[in-house]
Design a protein around this ligand. Structure first.
Ligand SMILES: CN1CCN(c2ccc(C(=O)Nc3n[nH]c4c3C=[N+](C(=O)[C@H](O)c3ccccc3)C4)cc2)CC1
Length: 292
């Protein structure tokens, strides 16, 4: 294993780009991501780190980041993961917003394709009775920023903490993704696959708003208040009504009335074929009013 360069600051430690050779003598080297555990980690942190790797190793799906291996016999401990060179989905969307000097680089079709990729990963997890608990644009990675990009679900930290059953270990509510959670989750701690459906609806909103923070400007407790009283995110600018309809179905107060990911994928399929949806313009960058 050779570490080349740092890719980003993970919640745990550093994520590096590295080269992985399956056997010592192999000529072929595969670029990978290497997630390290800081030296001074507690044994708890080590267990967490290993648990996340264990969870990832169970999945085999094109829209879930592929786990390659762990190295725990020396420091730093590290996990070897498929390299996704495009970075995370939220950053990608924000960087792709149309600017005055640059026309929109993405079409509605591109946004829909990202949404469908995540839905496929979620359907696979639903079929395997796995609840992710933190579906959000920040936790999804892209193979590349360019055309032909594939989006993969890439962070299992929230789901891992449940295995450790002390969910509030990290300083209580502050660590909960409240803006991506349904009422039954933040009020009663009830998590089912329908929790991920609600979060997926918020991810759809993130994608179609090209990376805005949901409930912009609201604090978590204001969001809990609003959502508990039936308030919901408004449609992003230019969002086709067919897509907003899917989001609102994901945000039904009663979990049983939320669609499963199979049905969501079907409805997204119709949207992909609908000419009105495909030709819908993206949120336009509104030029600041001219100074004269
Ligand atoms: C100009 N741009 C600047 C940003 N740049 C990047 C920025 C970050 C990455 C990156 O972290 N790629 C990763 N590949 N595989 C894994 C990754 C992270 N993993 C993890 O497990 C991380 O914990 C994780 C998980 C979900 C989301 C983020 C980080 C596994 C790649 C390119 C592209 C070019």
């Amino acid at each position: 294993m050779i570490f080349c360069r740092a890719l980003g600051q993970g919640a745990f430690g550093e994520v590096y780009q590295g080269l992985y050779r399956h056997r010592a003598g192999d000529a072929v080297e595969m670029p990978v991501a290497v997630k390290t555990l800081p030296h001074l980690s507690t044994s708890q942190a080590e267990t967490d780190f290993l648990m996340e790797a264990l969870i990832m190793s169970k999945f085999k799906h094109p829209n879930i980041v592929h786990f390659i291996g762990v190295c725990f016999d020396q420091h730093p401990r590290f996990i070897v993961i498929e390299l996704l060179a495009g970075g995370d989905l939220k950053t990608f969307l924000r960087e792709a917003r149309p600017k005055p000097d640059r026309a929109a680089s993405l079409t509605m079709k591109d946004l829909l394709s990202c949404i469908v990729d995540v839905a496929k990963g979620c359907k696979y997890m639903e079929e395997n009775r796995f609840i992710h608990r933190d579906i959000a644009a920040r936790n999804c990675l892209l193979t590349t920023k360019g055309p032909g990009r594939v989006v993969k679900i890439a962070d299992f930290g929230m789901a891992r903490d449940i295995y450790r059953a002390d969910y509030y270990r990290k300083g209580g509510k502050a660590m909960l993704p409240i803006k991506w959670m349904p009422p039954e989750a933040f009020l009663d701690g009830i998590f089912t696959t329908k929790t991920d459906v609600w979060s997926f609806g918020v991810l759809m909103w993130e994608v179609l708003s090209m990376g805005y923070m949901p409930y912009t400007g609201c604090a978590n407790r204001e969001v809990m208040q609003l959502v508990t009283n039936g308030g919901r995110l408004a449609p992003p600018t230019n969002c086709p009504p067919q897509l907003y309809a899917i989001m609102t179905q994901c945000w039904q107060p009663n979990p049983e009335e939320r669609p499963g990911f199979g049905l969501i994928l079907e409805r997204l399929g119709y949207c992909m074929q609908d000419p009105d949806v495909k030709r819908a313009p993206l949120p336009v960058y509104t030029k600041p009013p001219s100074s004269e």
